[in-house]
Design a protein around this ligand. Structure first.
Ligand SMILES: [Zn+2]
Length: 71
């Protein structure tokens, strides 16, 4: 498979990902995913978007199932 097969993803390979317009803020990081290649992206408040290395973003369900654990 050639890296030229998809010019848009070539930008991704260069680290120029295109985060989705609805990032999620959690524990000091912004989380999103690339609208081009679909990889998970992480950004600090001051940093730039990058693919987390050695970590996997776990997307939680937006609507919790069942009851919350009691306090
Ligand atoms: Zn990308």
């Amino acid at each position: 498979m050639s890296i030229w097969s998809n010019p848009a993803e070539l930008l991704c390979r260069l680290g120029r990902h295109k985060p989705a317009p609805d990032p999620v803020w959690n524990r000091g990081y912004w989380f999103s995913s690339c609208t081009r290649c679909g990889l998970d992206l992480v950004r600090t408040a001051a940093g730039r978007w990058h693919v987390p290395k050695g970590r996997k973003v776990v997307w939680k369900q937006k609507r919790p199932r069942g009851k919350r654990p009691g306090k």
